[in-house]
Design a protein around this ligand. Sequence first.
Ligand code: SF4
Length: 299
Amino acid sequence: MKIMVSACLAGENCKYNGGNNRSEKVIRLMDTNEVLTVCPEQMGGLPTPRVPSEIRNGVVTAKDGRNVDAQFRAGAAKCLEIAKIEQPDLIVLQSRSPSCGVKQRYDGTFSGKLVDRAGVTAQLLMDNGFRCIDVEDLIEVHNDVIIRKLCTEEAGLLKDFLYEAIFIPEGVQPPARDIVERSELRIYYEYFGRCEADLCLLAEADGHVVGAVWTRIMDDYGHVDDETPSFAISLISEYRGKGIGTRLMRNMLCLLRERGFKQASLAVQKANYAVRMYENVGFETVDENDEEYIMLCKL
Ligand code: SF4
């Protein structure tokens, strides 16, 4: 995959204070992908170190009051020019920067407050159809599959993936799509994001979201206690059997460990091919009924 990244994430000392935002995640990308680096602020003619800037009333303004809008926009235009020539598959940018922030940037008051708006370069690249992602939302890129965090406005995807997750044995007619509206299934997605254990990672391939893994502490079939998040995972059928589910599961287990959870659980139909994959990532059967195994993974 060809990936354009904010140069400071690759360890280049182009940040306003002369330092960098080196990200091990981005360094790892460089091992297996073609990576090109850009620093729009330097490319717009600003020196390093430089006075930090924020966007106030649509104008990029340095902390000392100087108008640096022209330099920021010139840098953004140069990045776009490079992107048009190089056609990167993905652009990974430094979060919250007035140039590079994708989802958020500082609000222009130099008080640390954020607004849900992009920086000037990120906005220009997105307006021109380039796929941009904040470095904080990226988990990894592996075999051209992007694993990333779910954005709040994508929570509706969970319903679709919940339907995909329903195990349908061979020869059985799939249920109607509105089955996910039943109360015992709504617990998987309703008000998602409100609790600490509400975590979701998505897999993106060929420009589409093709899989999701999510966790939540809920009274579902895999519930073991009120401290243990349960897993739900689902992949679009043509992307199964390619190792994407395993990567989603492993990354989610890391995320739960980082958040301080001690174990995670799931329920799986005994006939489901995914049982082996769950065992491979560390789950063990702790209980069973006629149809399902209840599995637990110590973190
Ligand atoms: S403009 Fe972008 S690449 Fe340059 S230092 Fe700022 S965040 Fe990093």
